[in-house]
Design a protein around this ligand. Structure first.
Ligand code: URA
Length: 294
């Protein structure tokens, strides 16, 4: 117990120590229906074909009755849909990525260099969701590879995980720019707007449904509002688990989501790292993760 407390204190120190390095990283981020591939919809088809009905039955007299075969015992546990196997998940995510790479549903499709579908372990327990690609991500076609990504890597390591063990994606799949006429400019990033988020929503929802992680960690207000509640601030959404509800995809099993600060915000406000670490520890506790050890 004392050892584990010491270990976590050590992790936390290392996470905070990253601050000095991070201060050198000048992240100048101003705060500013397409058809999905058949495999991406596979688990929905599985559900329809599973032959297991959890819906209440309508009796002949048209009153709604719920059929509990053993009325005096416990009601049956909710039926969990079987999750897809690794091969099917990989195929579905790859097919979805191909759709995303050619998407022109919103104007960002015309100005991006590369779409950034997301990447990681298809069987991850933890999925991180950011707001949208920045300068570096646009060039590499990979999520969180710039300065904010370097801090995200440290956060992942501090949790006792690695980038290979988690899945990382964004709400918007293409780089939102303040000045789309000058994509070569640094400091040209902005948050995706409501129209861009609406166009992209299906993609992140399908990715979450396919990976079906145990926990989603929404990084920053844009992701938290898009996935949890548009009506609340990041401050109101942080510090608790929420059950994730998707609009366009069905989850094979319940997924919990928490919100924390975006790594770019932590680079600007290192004093928030303590709170972010508390958020991450909520997920670590649930998964029995002890954090990074020397
Ligand atoms: N910020 C994000 O929200 N996502 C990225 O991929 C990079 C920076």
């Amino acid at each position: 117990m004392a050892d584990s407390a010491r270990g976590l204190a050590g992790d936390f120190k290392r996470f905070l120590a990253a601050q000095e390095e991070d201060e050198l990283l000048d992240i100048s981020r101003p705060r500013a229906q397409t058809d999905l591939p058949p495999a991406a919809l596979h688990h929905n088809a599985t559900k329809q074909n599973a032959g297991v009905s959890t819906a209440p039955k309508m009796a002949e007299n048209s009153t709604l009755t719920v059929d509990f075969p053993h009325a005096n015992t416990q009601p049956p546990a909710p039926v969990e849909e079987p999750t897809m196997n690794k091969t099917d998940k990989t195929r579905a995510l790859n097919e979805l990525a191909e759709v995303i790479k050619t998407c022109t549903r919103c104007p960002l499709g015309a100005t991006r260099l590369n779409a950034v579908p997301g990447e990681g372990n298809v069987s991850a327990d933890v999925m991180f969701v950011g707001e949208g690609p920045g300068f570096d991500e646009d060039r590499q076609g990979r999520p969180f590879v710039g300065r904010a990504g370097q801090l995200l890597d440290k956060m992942i390591l501090a949790m006792g995980l690695t980038r290979e063990k988690v899945f990382i994606a964004n709400i918007a799949k293409c780089h939102p720019m303040v000045d789309p006429l000058h994509p070569e400019k640094h400091g040209n990033d902005r948050a995706p707007n409501a129209q861009e988020i609406a166009c992209c929503r299906k993609y992140i929802e399908q990715q979450i449904a396919i990976v079906c992680p145990k926990y989603v960690i929404a990084l920053g207000g844009v992701a938290a509002k898009a996935l949890i509640s548009d009506a609340d601030s990041l401050g109101a959404l942080r510090g608790k688990f929420h059950t994730l509800h998707l609009d366009s995809a069905e989850l094979p099993k319940p997924v919990q989501i928490i919100a924390t600060y975006h790594p770019a915000a932590l680079l600007r406000n290192p004093n928030w790292k303590k709170d972010a670490w508390q958020d991450l520890q909520m997920v670590m506790d649930k998964l029995g993760l002890k954090g990074a050890r020397k």
